[in-house]
Design a binder for this molecule. Structure first.
Ligand code: FAD
Length: 539
């Protein structure tokens, strides 16, 4: 068999490697437009910032090692230009030498990825308005960063935030422009706020609800004119406003594309032509939870999809389908890490799902063990079935572990009751006997069972009695507007201070004591709600 692969990075290289492990005799030709194959795109920001110091560390493989290890014929600087489905051939051209040829294929893999979106804004096509996708882009940004002092990052998604952090680390002054009201639109507002605080504390200027409407180059300084009227001056700009699938080849070959231009594939990554597979950022697949079509441009899905396609070609009936993507993603911004898996609140709302949601605070390991860091976890579940739908976490330590536990639980279609009884690794340096994941299960099942009613913001209702159950010193230092401080241990003895005809809201620092207080009040006949997540989310 002759297998031709277009695109030699995450999905393409994983596919080719798996093909070789399954078939020693196939001829595998890997066609890559760029200079490099199989490089670590996800590591690029960290080289720019200097955390990764060796450029070579990012080249996971080279054409030579791929030949030696996997017997792949790698053609770099070579662009696939056209597919002839009738003849089962691809027309490719070396963009340096100009040499061209038609390659025969028995099976073709399209793994061309996605390219950074360039908004249609006057002045945007400038040599110092840059995007980051490959090693050449990285070198260019490193070069201008060395010479520059001021950078503007447009877009505060995952890559934008990583770039803001790393350019700051490099000693540049950084401003971030974000169209929406918060960084990382996938995250809940309060979690996004933690990342925003972190940026601001490091001196990064954040322009939310704003966008660049024009760029002008004045004496080698780029002026970014924002919709709000603000003008930012920069030595260079990094654009990170999303990606677009590179599906031109597929479109011109009349393969079926989705509404946003992604290649439509079945569960085995086959396109509408059974001999052409596609994987990675260029495809849309089923969402693992909803079965709806979705595009998840992340490294994990790309690698696993490549493997699925190879299995389908060579393993026959033993091949297992791609189960769909969950969208598990994480980012670190200086000392704070945040991430998400599965459905977000916005997506649940948009889809009209009936869902429950709980936010809990705790520490990443036993609070009494030195170095315990606060952690916040939000969990979403289906109200009808109690099955988990999504989770988000933020904190300084242990965020990745909780997200991964939740990703596993969600993939296994566990319920909020299952979270209660997950038996997680515990000794004081690592976790807690009741890990925050268990606590989320406790809180979710308490909510479901009507043991507690919660609110997420302090009420406007002037009749509401806001009972602050924090210790007096804490309440004095950071008073709640309109609140009455009755520390939790004293509450049972002061019930007569409260009006039973008026609603009560209990408030504490992290949401736990206010829940305890609400249980006391509820069992004493009060109409009570607890402020979920508490007053301070990890200050
Ligand atoms: P790519 O890796 O983009 O590879 C596609 C290749 O195809 C490209 O090299 C391109 O040159 C080549 N190509 C395109 N068209 C042609 C053609 N016609 N002929 C020949 N070759 C062609 N994901 C995470 O999960 N976690 C992270 O932390 C993370 N960080 C990232 C940071 C950065 C800066 C970037 C850019 C991406 C990051 N990602 C991350 C996303 C992840 O890298 C991608 O999801 C993944 O690389 C997609 O793999 P792919 O094979 O589909 O596409």
């Amino acid at each position: 068999k002759q297998i031709v692969v277009i695109g030699g990075v995450a999905a393409g290289a994983s596919f080719a490697a798996r093909v070789r492990r399954l078939n020693e005799h196939a001829r595998i030709i890997l066609v890559e437009r760029g200079k490099d194959v199989s490089f670590a795109n996800c590591g690029l920001p960290y080289y720019i910032g200097g955390e990764i110091q060796t450029r070579g560390a990012l080249s996971v493989q080279t054409p030579e090692t791929l030949k030696a290890l996997l017997n792949l014929d790698v053609k770099t600087h070579t662009e696939a230009i056209r597919i002839d489905r009738e003849k089962k051939q691809v027309y490719v051209k070396n963009i340096i030498s100009g040499e061209d040829e038609w390659l025969d294929y028995d099976k073709l893999m399209l793994a061309p990825g996605a390219s950074p979106r360039i908004p249609d804004v006057p002045g945007i096509h400038h040599e110092k308005i840059l995007t980051l996708r490959n090693l050449a882009d990285m070198d260019r940004i490193s070069e201008v960063a060395k010479a520059g002092k001021r950078a503007v990052v447009v877009g505060a998604g995952f890559i934008g935030l990583e770039m803001a952090e790393q350019l700051h680390r490099k000693g540049l002054s950084v401003e971030v422009v974000q169209y929406g009201p918060q960084v990382l639109p996938q995250l809940g507002k309060r979690m996004a706020k933690l990342l925003e605080n972190e940026l601001v504390q490091h001196g990064i200027v954040l322009h939310l609800n704003d966008r660049v409407v024009r760029y002008e180059n004045r004496n080698s300084i780029l002026e970014c004119f924002l919709e709000s009227g603000t003008v930012l001056k920069a030595d260079f700009v990094v654009l990170s406003v999303g990606v677009e699938p590179e599906s031109r080849l597929a479109r011109e070959a009349h393969l079926v594309l989705g509404k946003n231009g992604h290649i439509v594939v079945n569960d085995f990554m086959q396109t509408s032509d059974a001999d052409i597979y596609a994987a990675g950022d260029v495809v849309e697949t089923a969402h693992r939870l909803s079965n709806e079509r979705t595009a998840v441009p992340l490294g994990g899905p790309a690698n696993r999809q490549g493997r699925v396609a190879a299995d389908h070609i060579f393993l026959g009936e033993k091949a297992r389908p791609y189960p769909g993507s969950l969208g598990t993603a994480i980012v670190r911004v200086f000392g704070t890490t945040a991430g998400t898996v599965g459905w977000s609140e916005n997506a649940l709302e948009k889809n009209g799902r009936s869902y429950g949601m709980v936010t809990v605070n705790d520490f990443h390991h036993a609070g009494y063990y030195p170095g315990a860091k606060p952690l916040v976890l939000t969990v979403f579940w289906d109200r009808d079935t109690d099955v988990l739908l999504g989770a988000q976490a933020a904190g300084q330590e242990g965020v990745d572990k909780r997200l991964d536990v939740m990703a596993t639980a969600i993939a296994a279609q566990m319920t909020i009751d299952d979270l209660v009884h997950l038996e997680l690794a515990y000794a004081p340096p690592f976790g807690s006997a009741k890990d925050i994941v268990n606590i989320a299960g406790f809180a979710a099942t308490n909510k479901r069972d009507g043991l507690v009613d919660t609110i997420s913001e302090l009420p406007d209702n002037p009749d509401a009695q806001i009972i602050d159950v924090r210790a007096k010193a804490m309440a004095d230092a950071d008073p709640v507007a309109g609140g009455i401080n009755i520390p939790m241990p004293a509450l049972r003895n002061h019930l007569d201070r409260l009006d039973r005809d008026k609603p009560v809201v209990t408030v504490c620092a992290l949401g736990k004591n206010s829940y305890f207080a609400s249980r006391i009040l509820k069992q004493n006949g009060f109409d009570v709600k607890s402020l979920e997540g508490g007053m301070k989310m990890m200050t």
